[in-house]
Design a protein around this ligand. Structure first.
Ligand code: DGI
Ligand code: FE
Ligand code: FE
Ligand code: FE
Length: 188
C-alpha cells in the first residue's frame, strides 16, 4: 500500500511537470470545494491526486487496457482524450489499491461527467475546470458560479467544453450532453 506521499511521487513520475502542477491545483481546489459543499475532503484529495494519472500514457496502451480489462469500450468510438479517465480509475484500484467506489467513480467520470453525478464527482470535475492554473475563455465566470452553486458552475463548464468541441467539428460523447441535461434538471 502507498502512503499519500508515495502516491503523489508515483503519480508525478508519470507526467510532465506542468501536468503535475495542474494536479496540485486540482487537489487544492477539490479540497476547498469539498469543504464548502460538504463532500469528504480526504476522498476529494485522493481522487484529485489520481485523476490524470493515465493522461500521458500512450494512446495504444490506453486502448489496449480498455479492451483487455473489460472497461467501457464504447469510449473507443469517441475522442482519445476521454480514455485516460476510464483507465485512471482502473489503475487507481489495480495498481494503487484504492477500493473506495466513490473515489474511483469521481476519477472515472471526471472528464465526461455522467447522469446522477455524486457530490464527489461534481467537486472533482469542477476542480478540474477551475484550478488556479486553468486559463480558457470563460473560466473566471465558472469560478464565480462555483462560489454559489456546483451545478450552475458545472453546467457552464460542460457547455464550454461542448462549444469548444463543436467549434472544432469534433465528435462529442453523448454522456457529456446527458450529464449537462441532468444538472439542469437538478437546478429546476
Ligand atoms: O485531463 P484534463 O486536461 O485535465 O481535463 P479533462 O479530463 O476534463 O479532459 C478534457 C478534454 O477532453 C478537453 O480538452 C475536451 C476533451 N473531450 C473530448 N471529447 C469530449 C471531451 N470532454 C468531454 N467532457 N466530453 C467529450 O465528449
Ligand atoms: Fe483529465
Ligand atoms: Fe474536466
Ligand atoms: Fe485534469
Amino acid at each position: 500500500v502507498y502512503s499519500r506521499e508515495q502516491l503523489m511521487e508515483a503519480v508525478s513520475a508519470q507526467m510532465p511537470a506542468k501536468r503535475w502542477a495542474h494536479t496540485l491545483g486540482v487537489m487544492e481546489t477539490a479540497v476547498r470545494l469539498a469543504e464548502q459543499y460538504g463532500a469528504d475532503p480526504v476522498k476529494a484529495d485522493l481522487a484529485a491526486i489520481l485523476h490524470d494519472v493515465a493522461k500521458y500514457w500512450p494512446v495504444q496502451k490506453l486502448e489496449q487496457m480498455i479492451k483487455d480489462h473489460g472497461l467501457s469500450s464504447e469510449l473507443l468510438d469517441y475522442d482519445k482524450q476521454l480514455w485516460h479517465a476510464e483507465v485512471g480509475a482502473f489503475v487507481a484500484r489495480q495498481e494503487y489499491g484504492v477500493e473506495d467506489q466513490e473515489v474511483l467513480d469521481a476519477i472515472r467520470y471526471h472528464t465526461s461527467g455522467r447522469v446522477g453525478m455524486t457530490l464527489l464527482d461534481k467537486v472533482v470535475c469542477l476542480a478540474d475546470y477551475i484550478e488556479p492554473g486553468r486559463d480558457f475563455p470563460g473560466v473566471n465566470n465558472i469560478r464565480d458560479l462555483a462560489n454559489h452553486s456546483l451545478e450552475e458552475a458545472l453546467v457552464a463548464g460542460f457547455e464550454s467544453t461542448i462549444q469548444f468541441l463543436l467549434s472544432r467539428r469534433q465528435i462529442i460523447f453523448p454522456l457529456t450532453f446527458m450529464a449537462r441535461n441532468d444538472l439542469i434538471k437538478q437546478l429546476e
